[in-house]
Design a protein around this ligand. Sequence first.
Ligand SMILES: [Cu+2]
Length: 247
Amino acid sequence: MKSSVKSSTLVIVAVGLGIVFAAAQLTPMVLSGSAGRPPSVGGTGSWFSGGMTGMMAAAGQPASIQQSIQAMQSPPPPYARVTRSNDTVAFDSQNIDVLVLAMIPDRAANLTGMQPPSYSTGDVFVIYGLVNPTLVIPKGTSIHFTIANLDDDMYHNMVVSSIGPPYPYMSMEGGMMSSFWQGGGKGSASLPVLSMMPFLPPADYRQGSAYEYSYALTFNQPGNLWYLCTYPGHALQGMYGEILVTG
Ligand SMILES: [Cu+2]
């Protein structure tokens, strides 16, 4: 989906995220073979090497579009109960893998046979064959997220926040301890997050290549959380879903 945000804005946003991200000492991980991902080819260097271009190129690991789609469409593991009628995936393991594919809504509908939720008017997340599903997990669960961007003209990420919709146009990742959130309005706000990640560059369908990024998060408190894309405008357009942590 097109955005009205100028590329210069994106670069500034990305630089800011890179710094915050580095400070959080979250390191990108290369997936093991268990998730069907190809290994990283060559190092991606530090966040700051190579200037702007180098940093954008370093935002994520290379992945195959085809393998990402095949992994999404393969049967879910025994610990994941996928219910299409209420767009929910319920997990009964303490250690789970969740592959998240960011894409345009038309492609999501084609790949899954599901329509995006009514609140969604833009790009979406596809997880276990569902679109922006609710994830239900037991307290104490660790999720190993892998996010791949299969959109061919837009940057995306996926972070987890304790704040739900409505989201403003700019929901900047405000760090783990942010208390400046003022949701529901226009403009920008600093969003408290449990996780951070860089924006993944668009996929290249001629080459069949995409970018992906992995991180793990442990959910120790029961309650409602949300996963969302913090690219300007995307969460506002419904690029989010809910995480229910049961007691
Ligand atoms: Cu997005």
